[in-house]
Design a protein around this ligand. Structure first.
Ligand SMILES: NC(=O)c1ccc[n+]([C@@H]2O[C@H](COP(=O)([O-])OP(=O)(O)OC[C@H]3O[C@@H](n4cnc5c(N)ncnc54)[C@H](O)[C@@H]3O)[C@@H](O)[C@H]2O)c1
Length: 395
């Protein structure tokens, strides 16, 4: 037997609320920390999961490896063996669950858009602050090593002065008219549609690279007016049957925004759709400056297209492959150019959240970042309603 060279670990008991797509992925991410971050001074332990649907609660124990499950989220928060909580519920439950977690003094990693609207997100920010808790938020794409590379290039001035940005989030997850009517299409349970669901990711990406939005004008559209209501429990995006009863979609499938940035001459065009036929999950950001430009797209998330300087026979984009030195890449692959995955980005998120909990220093994206994005969505909704430019609220 040889003595381990790794430090003693503090165990962090994990409680999960909602065992849908994100709940399952949060669980996998916690489990992956020990492989990606063997040097971490903590080890998550999957203690208890709650879901309102018995089959999903059972899945947490049978498949994900939680020690126990419950149908009531309050059991998770009351459990003395739970140190941290993942909140992966539909948007309409975020506020209730986050405020209860704060009341119980449990730091939480919550999914975006973190409430149905900016008011609810602000309540969550206030509760976490009052309880002195660090938080995590599922702004997954900012963790991509190529995005971290882009951030560094812009911060170092390699692109010169930033003039404009184009952010595009085109998905087809709602493109099939038989896509089941779920909480996502109901204002009372989701809040906005593609604005909160996808555009919030784009706003966060732009805030990382270019800065915060100052004012926006927007238009929105609902393309598929009604959807079949499934007669069984669904997870993620599933189809229903044409025979199922139909219900009217209450929020937008498509949004486009013109944006002015704060403390900058930069302007932007943002577009988001959940009904785009063709692009599957085509999330991209292009940044243009006086000395160069760059382009990143999620479908090729380990690549960054970069053009520095102008003119010459070889003028054009160079494909830079992410590698060690870019964000947390080296925790996943030893050499440059080896692909990482969406799930890896979630592992980075999980690690940053728990690292924030252990050190007390907020290194993960926080609920305050979620509020910044929610306020852009709020301004976009106001503009879509009256056609005017709207300032983005700030504290
Ligand atoms: N970061 C990302 O990239 C990303 C991707 C997808 C979804 N999300 C966000 O994650 C959240 C969840 O989305 P999802 O795709 O996992 O949804 P989902 O529909 O797959 O899962 C939701 C789960 O919540 C459960 N639930 C409903 N009411 C409950 C209650 N009272 N108590 C406990 N559980 C309850 C459902 O049974 C279901 O298992 C949303 O806010 C969504 O916007 C983020």
């Amino acid at each position: 037997m040889t003595a381990s060279s790794h430090p003693a670990h503090r165990t962090l008991g994990v409680g999960l609320i909602s065992v849908g797509w994100m709940g399952r992925l949060h669980s996998k991410a916690y489990e992956s920390i020990r492989f990606a971050y063997p040097e971490a001074t903590f080890r998550p332990r999957l203690v208890v999961a709650a879901d309102a649907v018995q089959a999903n609660a059972d899945y947490a124990v049978d498949v994900l490896g939680y020690e126990r499950s419950t149908l009531d989220y309050r059991d998770v928060l009351a459990d003395p063996e739970v140190d941290v909580v993942s909140i992966c519920a539909p948007n309409f439950l975020h506020r209730e669950f986050a405020l209860a977690a704060a009341e119980a003094g449990k730091p939480f990693w919550i999914e975006k858009p973190t409430g149905r609207n900016a008011e609810e997100t602000a309540d969550i920010v206030g509760a976490a602050a009052a309880a002195g808790l660090v938080t995590g938020v599922g702004f997954t794409y900012r963790q991509a090593p190529a995005i971290q590379h882009a951030k560094r290039l812009v911060r170092d001035g390699a692109l010169g002065e930033i003039t404009n940005v184009k952010v595009s989030l085109l998905a087809d997850y709602s493109a099939d008219p038989l896509g089941a009517f779920t909480w996502r299409y109901e204002t009372a349970r989701a809040g906005s549609g593609v604005l909160g669901d996808l555009l919030s990711h784009g706003v966060d990406l732009a805030s990382q690279i270019v800065g915060e939005a100052d004012s926006v004008t927007a238009l929105t559209q609902t393309v598929i007016g009604e959807r079949p209501v499934p007669q069984h429990a669904t997870v993620g995006h599933q189809l229903a049957s044409d025979d199922d009863p139909k219900r009217a979609v209450e929020n937008e499938d498509y949004a486009s925004l013109l944006v002015r940035f704060r403390d900058s001459k930069a302007v932007g065009f943002f577009e988001a759709s959940r009904v785009a036929v063709g692009p599957r999950s085509d999330y991209s950001i292009e940044v243009f400056g006086t000395e160069g430009s760059l382009k990143w797209t999620f479908a090729r998330m380990n690549e960054l297209e970069v053009c520095l300087g102008r003119g010459g026979d070889t003028h054009g984009y160079t494909t830079v492959l992410a590698g060690p030195g870019d964000g947390d890449y080296s925790h996943f692959q030893p050499g440059a150019g080896i692909s990482m995955s969406f799930d890896d980005l979630k592992t980075i998120e999980a690690y940053q959240f728990l690292q924030s909990v252990v050190t007390g220093e907020q290194v993960a994206p926080s609920v305050a970042d979620a509020l910044a994005a929610a306020r852009v969505v709020e301004a976009a909704e106001a503009s879509a309603a009256d056609g005017a430019w709207h300032r983005v609220t700030r504290d």
